[in-house]
Design a protein around this ligand. Sequence first.
Ligand code: SF4
Length: 106
Amino acid sequence: MGPALVWHQPDVSLALSGMSTMAQVVENVAIADRAGAGRLSADELQLLERVRQAYQGLCPVPCTACRYCMPCPSGVEIPSIFRIYNESCMYADPLMGRMRYKGPFA
Ligand code: SF4
């Protein structure tokens, strides 16, 4: 769910967003400044739903790479492996996924 859609919800008074760069902070603050409960139009909501469904259809694992699960006590590079798997599904390229799975992970 994108930040504009989160702010659209009337029951939301605080949104937590994983941000790792200053550009993401600036972008999120700008979106929050423009957003508000009920501000999205029916067309915008319909478009967001179509985009959500299309994206979910391409990415079987809904990992946002927030890294809250890291470090893994068993040393598994969880978000990197999910990204590799999702991208191999998205681009229908399992061979590239297998090669990247061998690491090193970026
Ligand atoms: S798997 Fe880890 S990195 Fe991915 S969404 Fe869950 S906690 Fe975040």
